[in-house]
Design a protein around this ligand. Structure first.
Ligand code: PLP
Length: 453
């Protein structure tokens, strides 16, 4: 009775898998906001490294070799274990078999490092001399700082001012890895200076931080911007999660009946489900594929499938996705990594094609699941990851009712050591379950551009 199914280092995948190549309906192309025409490589190359632009726009190439330098980096913390949650099964009294793929075993504490390593490596090989990014609570910034220190790449991070001031710990880790961090808005960019003049007391936002990071990249020679989710290239890199899980299930001689993950911008979920979704599309496997999101930011369950900006500052290309509107400001929900108005265009297309479903839960429901999981499985989950736990528990409960011994796989994306204030508010009973009203959602959704290609 093994709890962990480990792969050998040699079994770390040698190629990323591009699910788009097997999708019968491809995700809609990104559009230029000025001409409303599909973006081409030349539009994106001033912002992103060339190799990444190619991956971003490529709906056809099924596999991309993982560069050996990136595989060497992965060997520091991969393969990640697939773990059988015997103790959770026992606590639930379910006949279901529950497995989770655990991505929290690295200093950044999440799956984000998988894409950070690839993005930094490609930039390095193209002679790019520095990178910029934004970070909210800091998970992405930490992962990128870690990868940048390994590949010796200077990094500037624009961190939303409230987080910079109130959540110093991740900032200190990023600094330990050598990144330059500015509280955003800052006086280091023209747009930041304008924001500060217009509103000197602003606490900042992710939208503002993205605007500053992009300006910094495009106004500095040989500098590029990087993003940690939503983009097709990020899902491609995260396919390593699903590919490893697939290999582990083959070793077990099993196959999941359900694959469940949390969805913020969609990168971990897109990576986890990739090979299982391929089997569903090509081999008519009947796997239940389920996205779990917070009720406070319900892009899939209450959003609209439409073209929208990827950022609040409306600087980016338009992407066709489930969105609450780029003007939607989520409540100060604790699952920071899931507070995004939109959703990966790949997952959005799959959801629209009924190849996957979505569920939303309140924070209190999610922290109840997180607490149970911590007590029986002995890992303190990130609040984002706890959405997937909640989804898996609900699925297992249905198995208990029907008596079916189904096999469940969920993604445990990271650890919650920097989210203890949220755990405390759950324990105090002061955690608020905010659910936006229809009127509130309609306000930002009604501002979407009217584009019907
Ligand atoms: C950022 C983050 C997420 C959500 O991002 P996706 O792109 O949707 O995967 C989930 N879990 C953790 C721990 C995160 O840091």
């Amino acid at each position: 009775m093994n709890h962990k199914i480990y792969l050998t280092e040699d079994e770390i995948p040698k190629k990323y898998y591009n699910l788009r190549a097997d999708m019968l309906t491809k995700p809609a192309p990104m559009l230029r906001p000025d001409t409303k025409q599909p973006v081409v490589a030349a539009d994106l190359e001033p912002v992103f490294a060339k190799a990444l632009v190619k991956q971003e726009l490529d709906n056809d190439t099924r596999y991309y070799d993982i560069p050996s330098e990136v595989r060497d980096f992965y060997k520091i913390y991969r393969p990640s274990p697939l773990i059988r949650a015997y103790n959770l099964e026992k606590a639930l009294g379910t006949p279901a078999k529950i497995y989770y793929k655990y991505e929290g075993n690295n200093t950044s504490g999440s799956h984000k490092l998988n894409s950070a390593a690839a993005q930094v490596y490609y930039a390095k090989t193209e002679g790019i001399k520095s990178l910029t990014t934004e970070t909210g609570a800091g998970q992405w910034g930490t992962a990128l700082a870690e990868a940048c220190s390994y590949f010796n790449m200077p990094l500037t991070v624009y961190m939303v001012k409230t987080s910079y001031e109130q959540k110093p710990f991740r900032r200190i880790i990023m600094q330990t890895f050598g990144a330059d961090i500015f509280a955003s808005p800052s006086n280091t960019t023209a747009i930041g200076r304008k924001m500060l003049t217009d509103n000197p007391d602003t606490t900042g936002s992710l939208g503002m931080a993205i605007s500053e990071a992009i300006e910094k990249a495009v106004t500095n020679q040989n500098s590029r911007y990087v993003l940690g989710s939503v983009l097709n290239q990020v899902l491609l890199h995260q396919s390593i999660i699903g590919l490893e899980a697939e290999t582990a299930f083959k070793k077990l001689g099993e196959y999941p009946d359900a694959v469940i993950g949390c969805a913020g911008g969609g990168s971990n979920l897109g990576g986890l489900i990739a090979p299982f979704m391929r089997d569903k599309i090509l081999n008519k496997k009947n796997t239940d594929i389920i996205a779990v999101e917070p009720k406070s930011c319900p892009s899939f369950t209450r959003g609209k499938f439409a073209y929208d900006f990827c950022d609040a500052g409306n600087l980016t290309p338009l992407a066709k996705m489930y969105t609450l509107g780029s003007g939607f400001v989520p409540s100060a929900d604790h699952a920071g990594g899931l507070r995004y108005h939109g959703m990966s265009p790949v997952l959005s297309q799959l959801y629209s094609d009924d190849l996957m479903t979505a569920e939303a839960y309140t924070q209190n429901e999610v922290f109840e699941a997180a607490t149970l999981f911590a007590r029986v499985e002995q890992i303190l989950p990130a609040p984002e990851s706890a959405h997937a736990i909640k989804g898996a528990i609900e699925y297992a409960k249905k198995c208990t009712e029907s008596g079916e011994a189904k096999t469940i796989l969920f993604g445990l994306t990271g650890t919650g050591y920097f989210d203890l204030v949220a755990y405390e508010s759950y324990q105090n009973g002061t955690m608020i379950d905010y659910i936006p009203s229809d009127t509130e959602l309609e306000k930002s959704i009604s501002k979407l551009l009217k584009i019907h290609p």
